[in-house]
Design a protein around this ligand. Sequence first.
Ligand code: GLU
Length: 457
Amino acid sequence: MKTVRFAPSPTGYIHIGNARTALFNWLYAKRDGGRFILRLDDTDQERSEERYAQAIVGDLNWLGIEPDETVRQSDRFATYAAAAERLKAEGLLYPCYETQEELERRRRLRLARRLPPIYGREALKLSEEERADLEASGKKPHWRFRLPNFRDDPFQPEPTPVEWDDLVRGPQQVDLASLSDPVLIRADGTWLYTLPSVVDDGDLGVTDIIRGDDHVTNTGVQLALFDALELKRPNFGHHNLLTDPTGAGLSKRTGAQSIRGLREAGLEPMAVASMATLIGTSQSVKVFDDLDALAEDFDPASASKSAARYDETELWALNRSILHETPFADVEERLGALGIDGEEAPGFWMIVRANLDRFEDVQDWWHIVKDGPVEPVSFESDDDRNFARAAFDHLPEGEWDETIWKRWTDAVKAETGRKGRGLFMPLRLALTGRRAGPELADLVVLLGRERTLARRP
Ligand code: GLU
């Protein structure tokens, strides 16, 4: 069975780019009845906050993602420590004592000598004694993973391509000789993301990892670590990232496009989910009814290799298209919660839905229908006001049915000679207080004679 995971750090609200990663995993697994794990990468206990962990769960649920299992890295430190001990015993995790300044100086020296600016493994040359002296002087080591990029001499790295068939990008390779041995444990004993991630993926039986293409290089390192720990290599896929319309990356820190914010702005979850999934793929961006329908059509390999610009105005267009097509039965409950119910509710929904940017806007229209304009009616001229007032004197007698609007406006036309916008806009303003809205022919049927007359200016 496929097992995937989504692994955010609970250090902020997730944004639409993070939602893309979660959805790619969810859709990929669920299409085949697989499992989805939410892994909270909270090894940084200073920056991780419970409120963000809860917000992530809430935002995923809102999108339609219900994790089969949730794990927190902060509960698993002992497991990481055991893996680290094993690597240390094999000489694959070694202590280093350099300061940032020293590393920077060496990096510049290497560049000047036209050597790749990677860590030269100087700490491997320390004798037992030198190490003991450093420790005695109070120095705490950070720990690096010795990449398998040499034959006999660790100071002579040789090209070592690590290859995988990427679920999104096809065949990929990373040359381990081009990378520094990664630090797995900081001098203060805290974990960097690499080892906990690999240990968890192995331990939790993750079969497929889909994440942003900013992780491609990490994958080279992580594959080497899977091998070193004798864990089964999962499949990897790296999707393109989303940027804002100016091409800048989305960031949790700026709160840009947080799922929370989009939700509070009144967007429908399937507008956000459809956009987050389909933008930057070869598939057209359109709205799906639910995640199951989206999953049927979903193919991670359809994602393009370059970043995709995401523009919130397109999201609003999707939102409108959802609302415009939603049948009454699908929103009956939500309408009821806003106090929109009774025998008029179904007909009301059908005539106003095409005018909604966001679902909540329906409340104003309900008020307009029930009680009259919500904003003070402002005509374009006194002339228009007088015209509108007079027009109400020509409301036809007899049946109030779908022909009433035509009969009424024909009579007004004949009487006043007004037509087109000059005829309709004053009437629209009188009836609704707004310059745009539902078809007036439908609206007057819904209003009935009494409520129509009550709107006489
Ligand atoms: N916590 C990591 C991140 O958000 C997870 C990356 C991964 O999916 O492996 O970047």
